[in-house]
Design a binder for this molecule. Structure first.
Ligand SMILES: [Zn+2]
Length: 277
């Protein structure tokens, strides 16, 4: 899928770094005396590229690093931005710590990544919060909030109320079927329905291009459609395999990563059976 990638200034001093092919995005916000970095990507190579991208825009130091959730493709680069404090939801610290091996083994399956993954040291958020916390860069507020389990148990929103920009991590992805290794589909739909009310004109997803209100709504509609379709299959007593074949994503069939549907079904069935927290 072709879309605008690279560094995109979405508001004055507010940057999205958008990867191609729906790979992992990051972002950064430049204030009067420092920078907030949003996610650190997966490998040493990507983390150093990200650092170069920031340095090309500003010579100001990185004051804070924020982790949008615990998945390795968003946070394995943490160690390269020390000694900046790393902020995240309290569950991000817990999930990154306790699910370290399972998380790493997902990426380990890709053999070419192994030399990079071997260099990663566990680097957890060292400043955590429960419901909401704000960072101030001069007069600019960056409001971080948590709304419950969704894509993982540690997804946060970063909201810039003055600029009406939302960084959402993988809570909402754009133009792709979401990854579901830790997703709880019905809770996720609830969270997105709740946060849809946030007044934002621009949203920076964890994967895919920068979007606006409409694309944010699309992310929710897709998830709701998946939940409705899979729930009906579950209630009809269909096998997971059959359900995955029968799911009809309609207009979203042009989205990337359609091969994730079986994983969505598997996790949705677990959620319906009450096997997820
Ligand atoms: Zn994720």
């Amino acid at each position: 899928m072709d879309y605008k990638s690279g560094v995109i200034e979405v508001a004055d001093g507010v940057y999205a770094w958008i990867n191609e092919n729906c790979a992992t995005n990051a972002g950064f916000i430049v204030g009067d005396d420092g920078v907030i970095l949003i996610d650190t990507l997966m490998t040493p190579t990507l983390a150093s590229k990200l650092l170069t991208v920031v340095k090309d825009v500003t010579s100001k130091p990185i004051k804070f690093v924020v982790n949008t959730h615990f998945h390795g493709d968003h946070v394995y680069g943490n160690q390269y931005f020390l000694p900046a404090p790393i902020l995240g939801h309290e569950n991000c610290r817990i999930e990154l710590d306790t699910k370290w091996d399972a998380n790493l083994s997902r990426y380990w399956a890709r053999e070419t990544l192994r030399p990079e993954l071997e260099r990663i040291n566990k680097t957890l958020p060292d400043v955590t919060f429960k419901d909401q916390m704000s960072i101030w860069l001069g007069d600019r507020e960056i409001r971080m909030s948590y709304h419950g389990r969704a894509h993982s148990d540690s997804d946060i929103l970063l909201y810039l109320p003055n600029e009406k920009v939302l960084f959402v991590g993988d809570l909402a992805v754009n133009k792709t079927i979401p990854a579901f290794p830790d997703g709880h589909i019905s809770k996720w739909v609830d969270v997105l329905s709740k946060v849809e009310a946030v007044e934002a004109d621009t949203f920076v997803p964890g994967h895919g291009p920068v979007g606006g209100k409409e694309e944010f709504r699309e992310a929710k509609d897709l998830l709701k459609l998946l939940n409705d379709e899979i729930r009906a299959a579950f209630d009809d007593g269909k096998s997971e395999e059959q359900a995955a074949k029968d799911v009809n994503v309609g207009k979203f069939s042009v989205f990337a990563n359609q091969d994730r549907i079986p994983q969505v079904v598997e996790m949705a069935y677990k959620a319906y059976r009450g096997e997820l927290d």
